[in-house]
Design a protein around this ligand. Sequence first.
Ligand SMILES: [Zn+2]
Length: 304
Amino acid sequence: MTSIRFPSPMRVVVRDWSNANHVLFLGRETTLVDTGYGDCFADTLARLHDPEVLGERRLDRIVNTHGHSDHIGGNAALKRLYGSRISVPEGEAAHFAAWDTRALWLDYADQKAERFVHDDVLRPGEVVEMGGMDWQALAAPGHDMDALVFYCPEERLLISGDALWANGFGVVLPSEGQQRLAATRATLEMIARLDVRATIPGHGAPMADTGGALERAFARVEAFEADPGRMARNCVRVMLMYALMHRRRLKLADLPAYVQRIDVHREYNEAHFRLPPERYAEMLVGDLEKAGAARRENGWLVPA
Ligand SMILES: [Zn+2]
């Protein structure tokens, strides 16, 4: 793996699939991009307290790439602790203000996050100063229609959130006319026009080969364009896997009732699969097993 050098005021904390990566900037002001999942806050804080990261300093500002539970989960607790100012993408502001748990994929997808109050908004096209560097906030709709990515032309660095990973991007919901998928493609095209030496994705290690990541992401878009059924199936499988990671286990006997209760599953089953809940649940479990993501154990579904 190529080692990537970051400017000295910048700290990249790589997390996991339940928690988005953190990018911390130590400047005149300290700024943290994305705050992890709420249930994992103790771990998030331990990582921030590392003397090589934030240490004893105060966290002045939080910036979110978008409004999902694994990116905003630490917002409320960090604000309580440090009085941090919270800046959110302009398009998400109404969702946060109303705490729209459907738009934020919270109870809608069996995810949790503590409610917080944001202080200001970031508009697409705006330049945000972080760690003494100028970062352009660029609209990156698709996975989240209101997401932003942050690009520093001087350093040729990109913070891509869930818009671009090493192998794809965050789950894209099938939608009427596939606007979300079209937006995903347009966002990748926008990123392809940037001069980038390294990308820090929302999940996974920072990558020097942004071109390779884009190629894989475009291939995924094409596969979804060719087969909307596959896209819907991928979407519900990913949603169940995220819930499973946070719940740690799900009782197999309860799954038919679960998929009836959680909106994303009930609605996508009605729209795309039209299966009795038992068979729909069985399909999801089978898909997760086949992907090597989960397994059955004494009547429970557990992450593999
Ligand atoms: Zn996301």
